[in-house]
Design a protein around this ligand. Sequence first.
Ligand SMILES: *Cc1c(COP(=O)(O)O)cnc(C)c1O
Length: 428
Amino acid sequence: MNNFEQFEKNESDIRSYCRSFPVIFNQAQGAELVTTEGKRYIDFLAGAGTLNYGHNHPVLKKALIQYLEEDGITHGLDMYSAAKERFLETFNRVILEPRGFANYKIQFSGPTGANAVEAALKLARKVTGRSNIISFTNGFHGCTIGALAATGNGHHRGAAGVPLTDVSRMPYANYFGDNVNTISMMDKLLSDPSSGIDKPAAVIVEVVQGEGGLNAASAEWMRKLEKLCRKHEMLLIADDIQAGCGRTGTFFSFEEMGIKPDIITMSKSLSGFGLPFAIVIMRNELDQWEPGEHNGTFRGNNHAFVTAAAALEHFWTNDEFAKSVQAKGKLIKERMQKIARKHGPDSLFVKGRGMMVGISCPNGEIASAICKEAFANGLVIETSGNHSQVVKCLCPLTITDEQIDKALTILDAAFAKVMAEDIANQAS
Ligand SMILES: *Cc1c(COP(=O)(O)O)cnc(C)c1O
């Protein structure tokens, strides 16, 4: 048995993921985690979407080791460095220019997603001179006060300790089902000077809601949202922190929808190696910052610049990787649909897009029991959603078909066991 005494004695009770996965991890490669006792797990959590290219990808690792050996700059505040120059050049050439974002600039914020969101919200408020922000039901944008105000999750909001203000919550796509057009609803509220909704600076949206339960907005809804933003002169902020970097099958989650957000936030898998790194991408005209107005000591994580540039060169200079993600996403979705049909044709359904998919269960207890059973059999997988009812797959995009097969076989067995127990409980 593992001994967790050190953690329980010295680490704050705030710890959370470790409670679902009570082992001590020691090594990892690709989509596999290894504990101190040598037990192997397939990783369907992947740092909550931070390890899209897997653990310790050999190409990124080699680039980082070489950089370290050459005594490359590690920490550089926001000073110019060769590594940062290389990242900017690569990101522009490989990502921005081919996607029609050549007239966008990059801000290096503090290295967390929440800090990029804080910067994006501040910038939108500064540029428009308005304070209100529209965010959506079940949206997640981080746990610092500004980002938390835009976040829906009651558990996180409850810890704020201060009023969370200057955000108007609106229903996300399909929040009221397929037949309610939440865009016309917003349009009416925003057009009515007495609706009580102050004219917003911006709308912040996840194209697929990661923590909120894999709710995926349709291309049509996103296009209408963009139009609504133009009509009411609100900036459109796409929070692509979790859905970006290839998770949905394209580099940006909104790429094939034909929309152009004014501001994009990225973090999680941006460094490609699990190193802290976040950016705000903004239309050139919006770059109205004064020098140092939003700063942060760790804006210059040069190791992250090195691995991020290497990841862009390795995965994104042609469409081979994107195509493989789309194929694997399809494979996982089909397997999940089979599981849902087999163990709960009326109560289980598959949600999400690309390799950001999961199975929605009747309640959080069932989803949690399924994850626990899967973990006992060698699969690290977590829940998400407003009732933690969605068993969520966030495996590395580099996972092999054999590993997918193995993981979904474990998941199938876990659903079989827990759903049968649930039926037995209902009968008794
Ligand atoms: C994880 C996440 C954040 C917050 O990132 P942190 O690095 O945890 O602060 C913000 N937005 C989205 C969509 C996320 O998934």
